[in-house]
Design a protein around this ligand. Structure first.
Ligand SMILES: [Zn+2]
Length: 338
């Protein structure tokens, strides 16, 4: 095994006006991801929370959107007849249909629930079980129609800081014949790792993380939940699905385990006064060295005088930042998981 947890300790010395101009040292850590070798900058200070944002006016003003129950079957697009003859896919309370504004070959939306707005502690496992089931059915049917589409993401952008203009909880399901940058980095690096070591990166990583017990949260079914050594976003939690590369082969129990992990993470975010997040499931078919993977990150919460969390570091230096030490996040979030 050649998994290395490399880091640089940086330190900034200054005379602080908050401490009578005494000299203080502020540490920063730069960590290198053991797989992709990408650098992340972990900042050890944070701005104080402004408490919970009152969403009541925003939710009331935007009610009756295209995803609300009175409109969703009237005003949203339908799939091609060759893919879904009845036009849309409904499982439980979740409804899936093509995205009117797609960004690739196959773009769909899954409306998760009839409720127009939910706080992060109101998302239930059932909501995600139904939503993910619709997303998977969309992928299975689309791949039967267009087998070249091997690269899929199931993602959620929640609220404006997460990049969503629509409050109503929904997933994005996007499939292409070419990978995204992130998929290609994960694929190339895990394939090179297997060639060098003769083992599977994800199995090796889980074994090490379990042994270290500093970032490993728990196992739910055959899904391993852990905090990344070198996160690419705030409060990043990952799930690695043993035995699968593509989401199309997971069973009901595995979908339920994924749902539980997502909901547990959101409950922690809620307690920390966060309200916006993104997640992505990276699903790739036909790659022996790849393992199905999910990442959830929080975004700077919607609040008065909202502060965008992508600065010149992220957009122009391609260096991602996190504002909590991963090991500390793991200790804090463990009790929220079953
Ligand atoms: Zn709505």
């Amino acid at each position: 095994m050649e998994i290395k947890f490399e880091r640089f300790h940086l330190q900034s010395d200054l005379r602080s006006p908050l401490k009578g101009f005494e000299t203080i040292s502020v540490p920063t850590e730069v960590r290198i991801d053991p797989l992709t070798k990408r650098r992340s900058r972990i900042i050890t200070w944070g701005l104080p929370s402004q408490g919970k944002f009152d969403f009541s006016k925003m939710a009331e003003d935007s009610k009756g959107c295209f995803f609300c129950p009175e409109n969703v079957l009237q005003k949203t697009p339908q799939f091609l007849e060759e893919i879904v003859p009845v036009g849309r896919i409904c499982i439980g309370r979740a409804v899936g249909f093509p995205n009117l504004n797609p960004v690739g070959s196959h773009g769909s939306v899954v409306v998760l629930c009839p409720e127009h707005f939910l706080h992060l502690n109101q998302f239930t496992s059932q909501i995600y079980e139904e939503g993910l089931s619709v997303a998977i059915e969309i992928i299975r049917r689309t791949m039967a129609f267009d087998p070249d589409t091997r690269y899929w993401q199931i993602s959620q952008n929640f609220l404006l800081p997460g990049g969503s203009t629509i409050l109503h909880p929904h997933l994005q399901v996007i499939g292409d014949p070419i990978p995204t940058n992130e998929m290609e980095w994960l694929l190339d690096a895990s394939s090179a790792y297997s060639q060098r070591n003769g083992t599977h990166y994800w199995n090796d990583l889980i074994q090490i993380e379990k042994g270290l017990a500093k970032r490993y949260i728990t196992q739910i079914g055959n899904i391993h939940w852990f905090v990344s050594y070198a996160p690419i976003g705030f409060n990043e939690v990952c799930g690695s699905v043993e035995g699968h590369g593509s989401i199309t082969t997971v069973d009901k129990e595995e979908i339920a385990s994924l749902a539980k992990g997502i909901v547990s993470t959101l409950k922690y975010y809620y307690e920390k006064n966060l309200n916006s997040f993104n997640f992505s499931i990276y699903s790739i078919s036909g790659e022996a060295h790849y393992q199905l993977f999910l990442r959830v990150i929080s975004r700077t919460p919607l609040q008065p005088y909202y502060l965008n969390d992508w600065t010149s570091f992220e957009v122009l230096q391609s260096e991602l930042t996190a504002n909590i030490i991963p090991e500390e996040l793991c200790r804090e979030i463990r009790p929220y998981f079953p």
